[in-house]
Design a binder for this molecule. Structure first.
Ligand code: WTA
Length: 709
């Protein structure tokens, strides 16, 4: 593949001109890679190995085709309407049906699998033993925690709870305990700051926070409980009182945090649990449309939005897709290295795999601790056969120890990649070295909003093509449109906005507390008739650019909105910019994505100062520390540039596209229409000429899995 051209692709509207070609055209000129066929051994045992599925999920069978996924679950009461489209785009799935998610992920497996491992916890310190939690033990623990939430914290169906926890088994146990009672959980990624957690807790109206004292991360002990106090304070400023903070202990016999427990507010769950030993809490029979959880994600405004996912449709969709695309059987040992605090972890560590009675590995730490052989030692020891990770982790492990997998005697039948586009050469290392040329790979494209996979190959049926996500998933009908709503067909050899024409059970219900924004953001762009009750008039706008080659294998190019995908994690440029603007000296801030060898993209920040303020190193340090406090270390900028002014349009809009071009050493394109074209050369001098104050130097960039805590 022509690497130089590949590097030239940036996020943002694929429009900037280079030698007369648009970015999209450049992307389309990437070489199409040759197909690689799935091995016969895999096909023979696959959950989905007949092409009849395509017929079953064909458009003429929509929406009833999705019954097939729902029928993988236990329903207390069967639904009467598969899809209700009366209030577009607020679809209702499996209306009339009742079920409980915890029952489906735990109780129903007891008859057959009670002594089988449900979760295997691998602590980061290698000298610590693994902890195996069988389905029976999971059942006990979920019930006991549910009893604490109900009896001690007074929580009930419909209440929201914010859970700010890292990768320890108490996290899925707490989530399942919420699901058992119909409590809506909102898990905040452990690497986010206390302030970020507090804002999300306030938005969701949680009066209970769930924490852990601390955890191991990259060889260090992270004191996590300290951030609970900040979260409570932040929520209070937003008008939300948190009256209880329930604190798990990473080591049940000792409390390991410098933060004091606040009387009457903070309680150790381990202590309260003593009063609920062997408690059994009947699962609450939920309506299919009752919300299951919120997952906050970055979008086009400064405020993260709470994607609200439903009970029945969501569980049906993640169960069906985990079964067909990840090929999970109860006999498999499945390890997804993502964090449960992101949607990947919700759908494809907790809910999908447990609904299929899989054995799931939960690893506390960073992949390359204490060295790049660690994941492969874990895989060998536990005999993991299905593996799931992100391109960033793959790039990093390859950089840190390209030969390591060869030294270990594990055997993967299947591997997933998710979160960012994967370069064909990285894909090949994943396939040949990590997968030992035996494992099937699925490159799954989807989003927090979509609940589950949208495009990927069907592992036993479709050949793989490095660098392309693949065809649409069963029952998903994508289309690519240009800005004017004209279809971009494969014959056009151009990129456009990928949309999904039809609803599907995994799509979010709404944005928590903001249905208007839900419609504006995802449906307004291509809706032609706001009165229409026909789902065909309400395509879902994904805010990703994509191209469609003749074989129907979608290639996703990246975000077209103000979201930067850093190491597969979504950061809103507006969130970073608003953090900068809280600093007194700063007049304006603009955040742009720069190509990063390991993380895919990283944020770079431009700031201009208020009149009379001198550019000083302290201001740059303030930017970094403010971002760490307000968002978390994952959002730390790669570099910060102080510039005399921003390139602007005549109406005063900052031209981020021009700044992004400078940061990425690209042609800035036509700048003659700017209000201040002369500034462009000055900024280029500052950025490319005498690089001022590079931040994030040294080995730090490759040290962590994209989330420096
Ligand atoms: C990007 C993660 C290319 C995309 C599940 C999307 C991908 C955003 C892929 C959603 C992929 C995800 N190939 N790009 N296989 N998967 N993306 O909400 O830009 O954290 O819009 O969900 O990640 O990120 P999110």
């Amino acid at each position: 593949m022509p690497k130089t051209l590949a590097k030239k692709h940036t996020e943002g509207k694929p429009r900037s001109k280079k030698h007369g070609l648009t970015e999209a055209q450049i992307a389309v000129h990437w070489k199409e890679e040759a197909y690689i066929r799935p091995p016969a051994r895999f096909i023979a045992q696959a959950n989905l190995n007949d092409n009849y599925a395509l017929e079953r999920f064909s458009e003429k069978n929509f929406p009833e085709c999705f019954r097939e996924y729902a029928e993988l679950l236990h329903w207390d009461q069967y639904w009467h309407t598969t899809l209700d489209t009366n209030h577009p785009p607020f679809w209702k799935w499996f209306v009339g049906g009742r079920l409980n998610v915890a029952y489906n992920c735990v109780d129903r497996h007891l008859a057959k699998y009670k002594n089988k491992a449900a979760l295997i916890f691998v602590p980061e310190p290698e000298e610590e033993n693994h902890i195996v939690i069988t389905y029976q033990e999971l059942y006990r623990r979920v019930n006991e925690v549910a009893a604490v939430l109900q009896g001690f914290a007074g929580l009930q169906k419909g209440d929201r709870v914010t859970i700010h926890m890292p990768m320890i088994p108490e996290l899925p146990i707490t989530m399942l305990a919420c699901a058992r009672l119909g409590i809506i959980h909102s898990v905040v990624f452990g690497g986010f700051s206390g302030e970020a957690c507090g804002l999300r807790a306030a938005d969701s109206g949680s009066r209970v926070l769930i924490y852990v004292d601390g955890y191991h991360r990259n060889g260090r002990w992270v004191d996590h409980k300290v951030s609970a106090d900040i979260a409570v304070e932040t929520a209070k400023k937003e008008g939300q009182v948190i009256d209880k903070v329930l604190v798990w202990k990473r080591y049940h016999h000792k409390y390991t945090s410098d933060a004091p427990m606040i009387m009457e507010r903070d309680f150790f769950i381990d202590d309260i649990l003593k009063d609920y030993r062997n408690a059994v809490v009947p699962p609450v029979s939920m309506e299919a449309e009752d919300p299951l959880f919120l997952m906050y994600t970055s979008g086009t405004t400064g405020k993260p939005k709470g994607c609200q996912h439903r009970t029945g449709g969501y569980l049906a969709y993640v169960t069906g897709t985990a079964k067909y695309y990840q090929d999970i059987h109860p006999e498999d040992v499945y390890w997804c290295m993502a964090d449960i605090g992101w949607i990947t972890g919700h759908s494809y560590i907790v809910y999908g795999p447990l609904a299929l009675a899989a054995t799931c590995v939960i690893y506390e730490g960073v992949p390359q601790f204490p060295d790049a052989g660690r994941p492969w030692r874990i895989a060998e020891r536990l005999d993991v056969n299905i593996f799931h990770t992100s391109p960033t982790a793959i790039r990093m492990l390859r950089k840190a120890g390209a030969e390591e997998p060869k030294k270990h005697n594990y055997r993967f039948k299947h591997m997933t990649t998710v979160g960012e586009p994967i370069e064909p050469e990285v894909w090949r290392w994943y396939h040949e070295v990590v997968g030992k040329s035996e494992a099937v790979i699925v490159d799954t494209w989807w989003q927090t909003e979509t609940g589950g996979f949208l495009c990927t190959t069907k592992p036993a049926l479709d050949p793989m093509k490095p660098g392309s996500a693949g065809p649409a998933c069963l029952g998903i009908y994508p289309i690519i449109w240009d800005e004017e709503g004209k279809e971009v067909a494969s014959a056009d050899h151009a990129a456009g906005n990928i949309c999904i024409r039809n609803p599907w059970p995994g799509i979010m219900q709404t944005i928590w507390g903001d249905p208007h924004r839900f419609v504006e953001q995802y449906y307004k762009k291509y809706n032609k008739n706001a009165q229409s009750k026909d789902w065909r008039d309400w395509p879902y706008y994904a805010a990703d650019a994509a191209v469609l080659p003749p074989d129907g294998y979608y290639r996703i190019l990246g975000r077209v909105d103000d979201v930067i995908n850093v190491a597969g994690h979504r950061l809103g440029t507006k969130e970073l910019e608003s953090a900068c603007l809280t600093i007194q000296e700063i007049a304006e801030a603009a955040v742009v994505p720069v190509v990063d060898e390991v993380k895919g993209r990283a944020p770079e920040i431009y700031i201009s100062l208020k009149p009379g303020v001198l550019p000083k190193k302290q201001i740059i340090e303030k930017v970094t520390s403010t971002i760490e406090t307000m968002i978390g270390k994952i959002a730390r900028p790669k570099r910060i540039h102080i510039v005399p002014d921003m390139p602007k349009t005549r109406s005063g809009k900052i031209m981020r596209r021009v700044l992004a071009a400078i940061s990425n050493h690209m042609d800035t394109g036509d700048i003659t229409t700017l209000a201040n074209p002369d500034i462009v050369e000055q900024v280029r001098q500052i950025v490319q000429g005498r690089e001022i104050m590079p931040l994030n130097e040294g080995p730090e960039d490759i040290k962590l899995f994209g989330d420096e805590r």
